[in-house]
Design a protein around this ligand. Structure first.
Ligand code: FMN
Length: 160
């Protein structure tokens, strides 16, 4: 396999760009992620790949739950704050106001037009990211008119 072609071909996969969050026993974590997809209608499952050495990984492993905040196409500035380590000050996480999701306690950003909460059903710990499969147990829509943010529109890459 040509490593350059492998990289370019894998980067041709189309993605969204989300803020994935979790709540451990005494800490919260939130990261910008694009490796995420729905994986079943019934039960409703999603699969997300989380960096194995990240705080988000530790928190989701501990809690067995997570949430996904789907941002709008004009909210790149919001997700950018989540490429850094998590900081919580009062009711803000990485500068964004949040509330705890009713099903999992995971942070739900006030500015996210869409969100869902998941309970981890399966974990595939192979390679430098772990795939968490989660059943969707809660969801909310604040503004269905807002098109979701896509990775391609940002000019950034995470893949290859
Ligand atoms: C465009 C982009 C996409 C990313 N996608 C993912 C992802 O799908 N999964 C993941 O675990 N980290 C992803 N990251 C990295 C995390 O956002 C980053 O590692 C994290 O904020 C740092 O957390 P840490 O300090 O706990 O390691 C992505 C980063 C960028 C810039």
């Amino acid at each position: 396999m040509d490593p350059q072609e492998k990289k370019v071909a894998l980067r041709a996969i189309t993605y969204g760009l989300y803020v994935m969050t979790g709540a451990g026993n005494d800490e919260l974590a939130a990261d910008g992620v694009n490796w995420l997809t729905q994986a079943s209608f019934e039960p409703p499952l999603v699969a997300a790949a989380v960096k194995a050495d990240s705080k988000l990984h530790a928190v989701v492993s501990e809690a067995g739950t997570f949430a996904v905040n789907v941002l709008a196409e004009d909210q790149l500035d919001v997700v950018k704050a989540f490429f850094r380590s998590t900081t919580v000050e009062g009711d803000r996480i990485n500068g964004q106001r949040f509330a705890r999701g009713g099903e999992t306690g995971s942070p739900i950003l006030d500015v996210a037009p869409y969100w869902f909460e998941c309970r981890v059903t399966d974990t595939v710990a192979r390679g430098d990211h772990t795939v968490f499969v989660g059943e969707v147990v809660g969801a909310g829509v604040r503004d269905a008119s807002r098109p979701p943010l896509t990775l391609r529109s940002t000019g950034m890459n995470y893949g290859g």
